[in-house]
Design a protein around this ligand. Sequence first.
Ligand code: NDP
Length: 335
Amino acid sequence: MIDPIYSPNPDRYDGLMQYRRSGRSGILMSALSLGFWHNFGSISNFANCKAMMHYAFDHGITCYDFANNYGPTYGTAEETFGRMMDLSFRPYRDEMFITTKAGYDMWPGPYGNWGSRKYLISSLDQSLKRMRLDYVDLFYSHRYDPNTPLEETLQALVDIVRRGKALYVGISRWPLEAAEFAYRYLRERDVPCLCYQGKYNILYQEDDTGGILASATDAGVGYVAFSPLQQGLLTDRYLNGIPQGSRMSRREALTPDDLTPTLLQQIRDLAELAAQRGESLADMALAWCLRRPEVTSVIVGASSVAQLEDDLRVLDSQSFSAEQLDIIEDIIHQK
Ligand code: NDP
């Protein structure tokens, strides 16, 4: 049934969003993608999920990022999206770029984890059912599996595309050498890797210093940054304590122990610089990622429309002076 109330903003493509090409491909991604790792599962309020998804679509966000086990509980973020497809988005399916992944634990036993052909193909079939879709736009191997031959994982990705279950494939969190093998393997089979998805933010720069960003760019592969706000640490969320209901208060992948006095001081110093730039810390952190043309999209998480609204203001951010970039480096290296 189509929700009679939702009528998308007709101006959603009129300058509200920036679109960036993913590597050497035909795909433009919205500079901001919406991530469904937290806040969209069965424990979340459906009306709030719906409001966030409508807000994102109305503001030109075309990219929606899932994995089989996003929730909590596992699978339920995809189910929420499936409900939303039927309620609001079915007529707009071709305007959306929907991604999912498999690679972490999903179901019990030896076939519900890692990188075997059996796991990847059956997991995607399950994801499609939950999301009420015939195909996803991009399917990722969610992590490198040291115990499965890379050829098996990669051939499964190729076959997924050949069967029409995904239009493109990508890899996430693969080490450099294996990623370069993947780019070659996939290109030789005419199913080029569209994206590498990795963690990149002011506090976590390993994909840049370790060469992942440069090698993806050299291979014509886009780079998509996850956790650009370091799960909320690079926002005003924890400047004055740990708010009730925050990810840290729920101890979901972030705990109070992570917020050391040194880190808190760094975040406060970064917030001060953001204030001098006339923007929120979240916007400065997102702008810092997007200053790199190699970054195709940053996947933000959000628990409210107000957060999304703030995050989208990054598109009005000013560019960084060399001095500001140096100050950021000084702050994060202070002990
Ligand atoms: P972020 O770093 O964007 O953190 C999101 C959290 O930051 C929100 O849940 C919210 O916390 C807080 N937040 C966001 N905007 C604001 C704001 N303006 N002001 C204050 N607080 C704000 O991203 P995630 O860690 O959630 O990751 C984003 C996506 O990346 C995931 O949903 C997933 O799609 C992808 N991902 C991929 C991984 C991979 O292995 N490939 C791993 C991890 C993520 P709160 O909930 O407390 O309100």
